[in-house]
Write a protein that binds this ligand. Sequence first.
Ligand code: FAD
Length: 333
Amino acid sequence: MSKDIWVIAERRNDEIHSSTYELLGKAREIAKKAGDFMVWVIVLSERTMTETEKGLLYRYGADGIIAAVHEVFQRFNFLAYLETLEKLAKEAEPEIILAPATTTGRTIMPALAGVLGTGLTADCTGLDIEVETGNLLQTRPAIGGNIMAMIKTPAHRPQMATVRPKTFSVLEEKYDGPREYREIHPIFFSKIDRMELVEFKGTPSEMKSIQDSEIVISGGRGLRKPENLELLKRIAKLVNGSVGASRPIVDSKWIGHECQVGLSGHTVKPRVYLAAGISGAVQHIAGMQTSDVIVAINKDRNAPIFDFSDIGLVGDASEILETILKRLEALKG
Ligand code: FAD
């Protein structure tokens, strides 16, 4: 009998969020390595899935889909999510359950682990499998991000982990698996209306979120004064990118936490990441190292950030940023 890996789908604005496809890519890789695993996506939705939605999940690595359909899933309802997932997991006994480390994933997964009597490794930055034992190898920063810990849970099943969006890549080649589809219509026995989501407030921002941007222009303490952030904002606007920051900049309230890149901020994976006046501490690197191209500006040629950069510019950050801005403005006419 095959073993199952589950990916709990993240739905936002009536769409499957990209973090689901990223996890599917990793789950597929694990299934391929282990040999006898099937990858299932669990979708909680207020409506039956469309053929296009199903097709995308199959194409990006799912062998099957379990859709739990009930009007309560129109909005996030913790109790309804928990009861449904608990029931499904106790029936199907998956070996591995993965979810994006989003607000929903971070809320539901610890509770699900609790009711299933197992553990959870939150915010993993790497996942692999030990083929002989089927143990999931869960990597995540520990001790303030100074070491990477590899965690196994050999004595408990399911093995559960959350992974931050933008940590893994979606599958490039098309997957063509068995395409099983099961739809259930849950009946709730507990009082699921004890808790109600009243409103979801996104962070107000003039720009795209750093996680959704193809270009992130980040600044650190080397910017020296908040006015220099303006340079970053103007460059970001010209290239249709977003502004990121290191933690001290956020702690100093120059910019909001939604812009913080790193261990206690967000993970980004843009095509281009520019780090201006950022030293390259491990906690910052943890949030941007998988960017396609990393450009660093630092006045110290020995700054650790240069070890992670594809292009390094040694010099004063504000002077170099001003030059870049002028060139871009000239290019745009
Ligand atoms: P600094 O380390 O002070 O570096 C400033 C850099 O600017 C230096 O390399 C310097 O050479 C350069 N510089 C100075 N003047 C100029 C100039 N005129 N032109 C060009 N370069 C110049 N940090 C994060 O960023 N994100 C996180 O999510 C995060 N989480 C953390 C979680 C924990 C548990 C802990 C303990 C720490 C965390 N940190 C995080 C903090 C992290 O350890 C570093 O302190 C932080 O990243 C340093 O920010 P920085 O590079 O802007 O500043």
